[in-house]
Design a protein around this ligand. Sequence first.
Ligand SMILES: O=C(O)CCC(=O)C(=O)O
Length: 278
Amino acid sequence: MAEFTVSVIQVSYGDEEAMADRIERVAGLVRAEAGRDLVVLPELWPVGGFDVAHWEERAQEIPGPGPVEATGLPERRWVEAMSAAAREAGVTLHAGSTVERTAEPGPEGKDLWNTSVVLAPTGDVQAVYRKIHRFGFDSGEARTIEAGSELVTTPLGPFTAHLTTCFDLRFPELFRSGLDAGADLLVLPAAWPLPRVEHWRTLLRARAIENQYPLIGCNTAGTHAKRHEMGGGSLVLDANGDVLAEAGPDQEVLRVSLDPEHTARQREKFPVLASRRW
Ligand SMILES: O=C(O)CCC(=O)C(=O)O
């Protein structure tokens, strides 16, 4: 079976770049990966990451699965720009996440969500995932946005990918549920801060080792809202938790090939999942 080629774009940005400019810049980075099977972007990069004070004004509506309609406005919406970039590059694009505004509020009465989108090479929305575990305890996401409640998997080439986001990484039961739903690849965009970057690396490796699947963790670089320094260190692991590619602290593109047959070989050689009791 052919290898599955992946580009992980660890986007760096600060507060000085306008949202519309960043969207067009990142669309160009995606187009530069033409010919790859999958391109992955980080969490919340369109809205400025941890720049929570601006989320409300930067939130946008996101369509469900299907074609993306153009608004014709001079500033393209995030989803339109990403849809066009996926189509022009001929790639499947995990566009990371942004703050979504919905017409109807959620159970807590808020109309904002941290939502990621996978776009097919046609530019159609293939899958949408709303982050389940909100970061910030009594501030940030936990105060501002609603929590998603649906586990989402989607086909990515020969794999079935479980879509998760950043703080989700700390809740291993979610990943077991993804495994039980048939996932054999994990994709996790993040805006993970520098002070806890060792947690990032350790937990990503734990998730790959315990679930015996390859994993793509795409983090952010730069400093948000003048003080939140991001950790970089995007990581692609195989089903043994071995490092296939790892980024440094700055903007960087990782290019790797995943072997779709490695997981079965690994699970046969060391059949730990067959010893599960529940
Ligand atoms: O769990 C952490 O340390 C970071 C999580 C985070 O930054 C996020 O979910 O946005």
